[in-house]
Design a protein around this ligand. Structure first.
Ligand code: GLY
Length: 269
């Protein structure tokens, strides 16, 4: 199997064209940085490295540069699924951590793989994650205007052994009710098994209402082609006026991105 990596910088409103070019350039650069990790260490490490890089870039609504909830706090959510082990792990609404995806990674080998809030932060601290403020001036200015949006980052990979993994990270919708939980907290937003992996973006409530990533994956597991499964599932999302996008890779190495938002940035290698 030729290893493949697809990453996204979120689905949502179309940014101005100079911003689009900037986003694309950053995505290509981060893809080049993460691909060798996929080659050397496999799919799980590959997607964690890609999403870690995306979290570190303030252009995207994840990690540094996350949107703030209505009370002015950045609560970050990230999830990881190892398709080979069929194991999902996540941190939900964690605060003051630089890379939530790395905390989710660490939880892969724990008995309890999904942790939320202060308790998630306490576990991260105990494991050596230092306090970090992910709030940027730009996001603070957005919050002051009560800006609501969307945005997520994600990655899906297949490695040389044919193992598939996916990862997603987000700061959420912006100015949402404090404690609101994103689709990224569940397999609706991040899913992988032995046949397919997906990472979603868009309006989390819509993604949860159709269990988007799982919906596509179950179709692929039942024998439908990846493209058809993604298209049909997006059509069903549209039937409830949902807005989202997703990236995916199947066991044949097909890598696809589809969305019904104005825009979704992605790159594939
Ligand atoms: N899809 C990201 C969110 O709604 O939180």
């Amino acid at each position: 199997m030729i290893p493949k990596l697809i990453i996204h910088g979120g689905a949502g409103k179309r940014p101005p064209s100079n911003r689009q070019r900037e986003i694309q350039k950053v995505l290509e650069k981060l893809l080049e940085a993460a691909y060798p990790v996929l080659l050397e260490k496999g799919a799980v490490e590959g997607v964690v490295s890609a999403v870690g890089g995306l979290e570190d870039n303030p252009l995207f609504n994840a990690g540094t540069g996350s949107r703030l909830q209505a009370d002015g706090k950045a609560r970050l959510t990230a999830s990881l699924m190892d398709g080979q082990r069929q194991r999902f792990s996540a941190v939900i609404n964690i605060e003051r951590v630089k890379n939530p995806i790395r905390v989710a990674h660490l939880l892969q080998d724990e008995m309890f793989t999904v942790l939320a809030g202060r308790e998630a932060m306490a576990v991260a601290r105990a494991k050596g994650f230092r306090p970090y403020n992910p709030i940027t001036k730009e996001r603070l200015a957005e919050w002051q205007k009560h800006y609501k949006g969307e945005g997520t980052v994600g990655a899906v990979a297949i490695d040389s052994n044919g193992n598939i993994s996916s990862a997603t990270s987000t700061g959420g919708r912006g100015f949402e009710t404090p404690g609101r939980v994103s689709d990224v907290a569940s397999p609706c937003g991040t899913y992988a098994d032995k046949l397919v992996g997906l990472s979603c973006s868009g309006l989390g409530e819509d993604i949860v209402n159709v269990a988007l990533a799982v919906r596509v994956a179950m179709r692929v597991n039942d024998g439908m082609g990846l493209k058809e499964a993604m298209k049909l599932s997006l059509k069903e999302l549209e039937a409830i006026d949902g807005k989202a996008g997703m990236i995916a890779i199947d066991k044949e190495g097909n890598a696809l991105c589809i969305y019904n938002t104005q825009f979704m940035s992605y790159a594939v290698k």
